[in-house]
Write a protein that binds this ligand. Sequence first.
Ligand SMILES: Cc1ncc(COP(=O)(O)O)c(C=O)c1O
Length: 396
Amino acid sequence: MRLSNRAQVIQESAIRKLDGLVANAPKVMFHKMNIGQPDVETPLSVLRALGQTDSPVLAYGPASGLTKCREAAAAFHARTSPGLGPEHCVVTQGGSEALLFAFCALCDPGDEILVPEPYYTNYNGFATVAAAKVVPIRTRLDDGFRIPPNDVLDRHVTDRTRIFLFANPGNPTGAVYGEEDLRRVAEWARSRGLWLVADEVYRHIWFSHPPMSALQLEGHEDHVIVVDSTSKTFSACGLRIGFLLSRNMTFMERIDRLGQARLGAQPRAQYAAIAALNLPDTFYTELRATYRERVDAMMDSLAAIPGVDFHRPEGAFYTMVRLPVKDSEAFARFLVTEFRDHSSGRPESLVVAPGSGFYANPADGRDEIRLAAVKNADSVRRGVELLGKALAVYRG
Ligand SMILES: Cc1ncc(COP(=O)(O)O)c(C=O)c1O
């Protein structure tokens, strides 16, 4: 029996591909810096709301989400982007489904999505499902992953280009685009007839200046689409609640249709999301302080390893690290299968995400890895220390 082409080509997640090997070594204490799964406790009010029930039946909810949840999300975004209402917001099963819906609503098979590279590896999977093609625009560690000038962007446009997609703050780069760059790119995208899809799932995790939301770009209401999520901001990755926002009502109506086909996001999870969206401002101050400490620990520890290059994240909690190795995937496997440090009395090692998975061409990013500073600062320090030790052994 034959499987579809799509099923045969869909890529394995670069972030999770070593999980099987990790499971084979249960006695080893692995410091997991490969995946953006924080150990920060989910706020109690969110957990409590999840446990509440007002009905003996776990019923379907509306396709676009509970009105109360859409209202809460719209009010949350309206703090920085006035004028947003529930009609501008659809509740999705994570930011992942919001991205998938956006690609499906905007691309016909073969259409192209421009994205600054390196980029979040799952964009490839969503594009495969939507039968669209990711077209990368290379950005570089050495200049902080800035978006190239318009003439470079122009070279990537074809008559199949539909979307300019970007994450702000970036995963895996940690780069935050400034207001000037955002306005420039929005103008450029509009002048080329492109949708601007802004993935803002890390918007509340920043260290020097808050990223501007694409929803704040006046004059761009018709082509701006924003993806948001409860996963990282509220340390609620398992809640699977995200949001798709736009002021383009034709787009929103089509998204409702897509939502009808999968019947709606889990209503209890939406009540938990409402509790999250109602947290006080102090929550965000603490959130940033938590990740600042972890990212600082990652930066200080990396600075102590000879021969590695990296960019200090301005937001999110990731960094791409250039290593003095030829094949970072082989090195990542070596960490999981061979390298063991016994200095604490029990075998320890590290899990990292090989860099090539964040590039469209697997031949790129071969000397890079992505690290996530998602565990407490001591664990992050220890993980990066193990990276240094392992590099020394690996390079002989
Ligand atoms: C940039 C980016 N966008 C979207 C997602 C998807 O998030 P979720 O589906 O958990 O909301 C992630 C998850 O790591 C991400 O890093």
